[in-house]
Design a protein around this ligand. Structure first.
Ligand code: GDP
Length: 177
């Protein structure tokens, strides 16, 4: 049991290849908006949102890589003190899925074993290309099992499952306290 009035703050890192929707996810969750031309250079390290989980006030600080992943130049400061992680790939980008294991390893090396979820974003783009990416969807489920990670399919655009991802992480984090 936590002390009364004690607020829990969790640093969450959101990692994955460029253009999978990481910044959009952070914007969506913290500001409730989706913009196609969102600029990454917003000049802040993270956005935050406060939620109530099992009667505890939890402040989630969502850190944006700000495009550093494009140059394989994510700084140690980005990972430092991270307490939860979202691994994101895109439904329309197989390379971004292939890169997940190496992102996962990087996080493990930098911060160890922290509550982590695997997220397949842009699920709204499934429809007509379904047969093409069916394999990818199945493989993703397999990978999540192998890495023992909770798996979510999201559409940041349509605000599908985004809240669930962060609620799960906050819950998982609280369980470990
Ligand atoms: P990041 O580089 O991983 O931070 O990716 P961005 O957040 O910049 O998103 C890359 C592009 O994908 C932008 O044009 C977004 O509008 C778009 N995008 C992000 N999430 C979704 C989604 O769920 N569905 C669709 N259709 N597009 C998305």
């Amino acid at each position: 049991m936590l002390e009364e009035d004690m607020e829990v703050a969790i640093k969450v890192v959101v990692v994955g290849n460029g253009a999978v929707g990481k910044s959009s996810m952070i914007q969506r969750y913290c500001k409730g908006v989706f913009t196609k031309d969102y600029k990454k250079t917003i000049g802040v390290d993270f956005l935050e949102r406060q939620i109530l989980v099992n009667d505890e006030d939890v402040r989630l600080m969502l850190w944006d890589t700000a495009g550093q992943e494009e140059f394989d130049a994510i700084t140690k400061a980005y990972y430092r003190g991270a307490q939860a992680c979202v691994l994101v790939f895109s439904t329309t980008d197989r390379d971004s899925f292939e890169a997940i294991s190496s992102w996962w390893e990087k996080v493990e090396v930098e911060v160890g074993d922290i509550p982590t979820v695997l997220v397949q974003n842009k699920i709204d783009l499934l429809d007509e290309t379904w047969t093409v990416i069916q394999d990818l969807c199945e493989e993703a489920e397999g990978l999540a099992k192998k890495l023992k990670l909770r798996f979510y399919r999201t559409s940041v655009k349509e605000d599908l499952n985004v809240n669930e991802v962060f609620k799960y992480l906050a819950d998982k984090y609280l369980q470990r306290l």
